[in-house]
Design a protein around this ligand. Structure first.
Ligand SMILES: [Zn+2]
Length: 89
């Protein structure tokens, strides 16, 4: 884990501001969802990524017809469609 040098005091409602520099570096824009994790004594914030509808992985996700699918599952689907197409003929 890398220190950012930023220290923030939560307001009475527990809110803190994530510095614009960090938001830009992490690709977090206004309206994005942020997911919170707890790891021991650490609170980790991460830009929320819809998981793959098949394997629940959150890496290399693309959207296809409104569904979020990872590259691995997309390749499997294309292979399945190709095989299925071969047997139809
Ligand atoms: Zn997947």
């Amino acid at each position: 884990m890398k220190a950012t040098g930023c220290v923030r005091k939560p307001d009475p409602l527990g809110r803190i501001v994530i510095p614009v520099r960090l938001r830009k570096n992490l690709g977090i824009e206004h309206g994005d969802d942020i997911e919170l994790f707890v790891d021991g004594e650490y609170i980790v914030l991460k830009k929320y990524t819809q998981p793959c509808i098949f394997c629940r992985q959150t890496e290399d996700i693309c959207e296809y017809r409104g569904k979020h699918i990872c590259d691995t599952c997309m390749i499997s689907l294309r292979y399945y469609d190709m095989i299925k197409g071969l047997y139809k003929k």
